[in-house]
Design a protein around this ligand. Sequence first.
Ligand SMILES: C[S@@+](CC[C@H](N)C(=O)[O-])C[C@H]1O[C@@H](n2cnc3c(N)ncnc32)[C@H](O)[C@@H]1O
Length: 320
Amino acid sequence: MSPFLLTRTLPLDATDAALRTDVLSGLTRSPKTLPPKWFYDARGSELFEEITRVPEYYPTRAEREILEARAEEIAAASGARTVIELGSGSSEKTRHLLDALPGLHSYVPVDVSESALTGAAEALLAERPELSVHALIADFTGGLALPGTPGPRLVAFLGGTIGNLLPEERAAFLQSVRSLLTPGDTLLLGTDLVKDEETLVAAYDDATGVTAEFNKNVLNVVNRELAADFPLDAFDHVAVWDPENRWIEMRLRARRALSVKIRELDLAVLFEAGEELRTEVSAKFRKEDVRDELAAAGLRLAQWWTDSAGRFALSLATAV
Ligand SMILES: C[S@@+](CC[C@H](N)C(=O)[O-])C[C@H]1O[C@@H](n2cnc3c(N)ncnc32)[C@H](O)[C@@H]1O
């Protein structure tokens, strides 16, 4: 098995500084918020993988169905020699795509979770020892410094993760992806689709409570990294559908009034009984939303595939 290259594009203390900034600004505003990227320490990445296996969480199964059915078409349309995957996690579904690309030279998974990247690269290289894997620990919303690998390149952004960005963040993100593409490169984008509220809420509030544990993990991260004393059992996991914004919101609701100390920030944060902290939005799309948001960033929707039940879509886009 060939070794893989793991590059940290952010200095270690930049992650620390980013967490401090996000926690300070997010917990001193009303309503309180935290960005979802802080779910994903090693435990958070494990919990996300568990979520993908609960019966209520259909997006992973639906996207895998599309990838299984369409990998050859995607491979033929992109002709990629390099696959760059943003927010790659376990890279489990991506295998279908990598296997379908006959001329594949390099795979560049990009994630904030070092444990997810290491696990994915090791599993992948055990099966494909000839593949060049250059893993990047990086924030995909920052400017990405990509390694010089052969084109054409396919940038994959799967799992519906784009829905975790707010509309203005999505616009900036898609523009930054557009700036990475040179002629012949393509973007493969996974988006969860608007559907009935019951199905959506259940997907983010499973009966076994794995999503609740995942949601509360962000408090563990803040407790550990910033010496805070969030009592996890004082918060309830909440998932609600916002039909106006067409997104699911995950929140943590304080069961009682409490004061949380964040020693590293020299900060006390007060929660009223019933007060909610927003930890994630997960936007759901219609085809026209995807087409228009791509177009606004200078990208053209070239192909659109859904799973057989029409729950999830994969789009292939090119630079205009
Ligand atoms: C919803 S999971 C999807 C994982 C995988 N792509 C899939 O489809 O199963 C989101 C992934 O993106 C990563 N992530 C979240 N925010 C990120 C950011 N700002 N920069 C880089 N990675 C991020 C997480 O660590 C996690 O692996």
